[in-house]
Design a protein around this ligand. Structure first.
Ligand code: CMC
Length: 431
């Protein structure tokens, strides 16, 4: 970022006082420039008003770049299409944390370390017993990640690069175990410990599905081995979720980081923020909505409801604050869904309803004029259903993928000398 004062400035006039003020425009490497208004209140006595931060940059970052008009997403400069096609989720984690892809040897070491750290302290395992059967796994997951902080006090004051990475590796590694335990707790069935011989993604599927002591799996259509195609699809979903710059949950993570709280507490807050259906909870809501619609012949009536300005019904899995052309993650998943059609059971009534909604929404003037395209959650909902994963686990799966992004953003925040406690202002309209 360059400060191009004098050459690159923006002058504002207060028409009440006729005073003018000049502010620097700061240039990034890509994307819109920003107006540096850090002295604005001191200069003018005014606050700026921007609910939902639609025009406000709250940090500088080198992690993820999105061009919403072009439908472009890059992690550390590398296009998401390239990562999804040629690299694994663990390579993507290494990239986010280390700003470059790993060599073969580095990847082996990283993979081994992540496998070894997947176990949970026995004391932490007892926490799960406090939750009722049928507790939503997101509630258990968020609570368990807060509890995890108390096992690793040392991460609150991190002194060097090695300690940052150890803290990050630990949470990336344990999140799938916690998510799988939370799921099994919700079913009231015994936990399956991590298996060091399995890859990150296959291990998660096994911990979620296996019968105790065996390789049989709890699938809706009977017991079967985990298929390679399932591992590949889930690994791609993790990669596509790995980071998404300053979205709502990441903003929460940075906000908690700004108070000096433990990094895992910040992650737990991110999990809570992600749960909402306007954000990561949308994937579960997509399928709940398709089930509610129930049959293809009812789709048009629900589309009319979504378009009605007097009805707050929204089509889940459509629209995005940033993408105004298409969501590149959704495009990759749509292709994956088509590839999976032959191998997995995608020809169900639910899938037919999804296809009909997609078809109408992509051509209907209401959706086209508002740039409301299917987003990542529309397709993850469909693919995870085809993988026979229950819908309460969709958002925990988003959490598993996003943990690396949150923790990388946490580290970036901590290392940034300009970071300050998050403390917005308000326009008071009360008595
Ligand atoms: N169905 C019907 N109408 C919609 C939808 C929708 N899903 N989304 C937005 N609109 C309309 C909205 O009513 C408004 O219309 P008008 O201009 O006539 O008032 C217009 O589109 C703009 O909507 P907005 O709420 O101002 O847009 P936003 O940028 O604040 O919200 C959003 C973005 C994702 C919260 C919203 O599109 C939404 O609620 N979508 C459904 C939930 C969803 O799928 N969320 C997952 C987002 S992707 C995963 C992630 O990154 O978290």
């Amino acid at each position: 970022m360059q400060d191009t004062a004098n050459k690159n400035t923006f002058t504002l006039t207060n028409n009440q006082t006729e005073e003018t003020y000049t502010y620097n425009i700061l240039e990034g490497t890509r994307g819109p420039s920003v107006l540096d208004i850090r002295t604005f209140f001191a200069d003018t006595g005014l606050f700026t008003y921007d609910p939902g931060f639609t025009a406000t940059a709250a940090c500088t970052s080198t992690i993820t770049f999105i061009d919403g008009k072009k439908g472009e997403l890059r992690y550390r400069g590398i296009a998401i299409e390239d990562l999804a096609e040629h690299h694994s989720y663990l390579e993507t984690c290494f990239l986010l944390l280390n700003k470059r892809l790993p060599s073969k040897e580095e990847l082996n070491d990283f993979d081994l370390e992540i496998r070894h750290r997947a176990y949970l302290h026995r004391g932490l395992q007892k926490l799960f017993d406090a939750f009722p059967d049928d507790a939503h796994p997101m509630a258990t997951l968020s609570a368990a990640v807060t509890a995890l902080a108390s096992f690793y006090d040392e991460h609150i004051e991190i002194q060097n690069e090695e300690a940052y990475l150890e803290m990050a590796h630990r949470i990336i590694s344990k999140i799938p175990t916690i998510a799988a335990f939370a799921y099994r707790q919700s079913l009231g069935i015994p936990f399956i410990e991590p298996d060091i011989d399995l890859s990150f993604t296959k291990n998660f599927l096994t911990m979620m599905r296996a019968y105790p002591g065996g390789k049989m799996h709890l699938c809706a259509n009977g017991h079967e081995e985990i298929k390679d195609v399932e591992v590949r699809a889930l690994d791609t979903i993790f990669t596509l979720h790995a980071d998404h710059e300053q979205n709502a949950s990441t903003t929460v993570v940075r906000g908690v980081a700004s108070t000096g709280a433990h990094p895992y507490v910040a992650i737990s807050s991110g999990i809570a923020a992600l749960w909402g259906r306007a954000h990561g909870g949308a994937n579960e809501s997509v399928i709940a909505q398709l089930e509610y619609i129930g049959s293809v012949d009812k789709v048009e009536a629900f589309i009319e409801k979504a378009k009605d300005p007097n009805d707050d019904f929204r089509l889940m899995g459509f629209g995005h604050r940033v993408y105004k052309n298409f969501d590149p993650r959704a495009k990759i998943l749509k292709e994956l869904q088509d590839e999976l059609r032959e191998e997995l059971n995608l020809d169900t009534e639910l899938m037919a309803i999804a296809r009909k909604i997609e078809e109408i929404a992509l051509s209907d003037e209401y959706f086209v004029s508002r740039n409301l395209y299917p987003n990542i959650d529309f397709y993850t909902g469909i693919i995870l259903t085809a993988l026979q994963i229950p819908k309460t686990m969709f958002t925990p799966i988003f959490v598993i993928g996003r943990t690396v992004g949150w923790i990388t953003q946490w580290i970036e925040f901590k290392k940034d000398e300009t970071s300050k406690i998050a403390r917005p202002r308000q326009l008071y309209t009360g008595k």
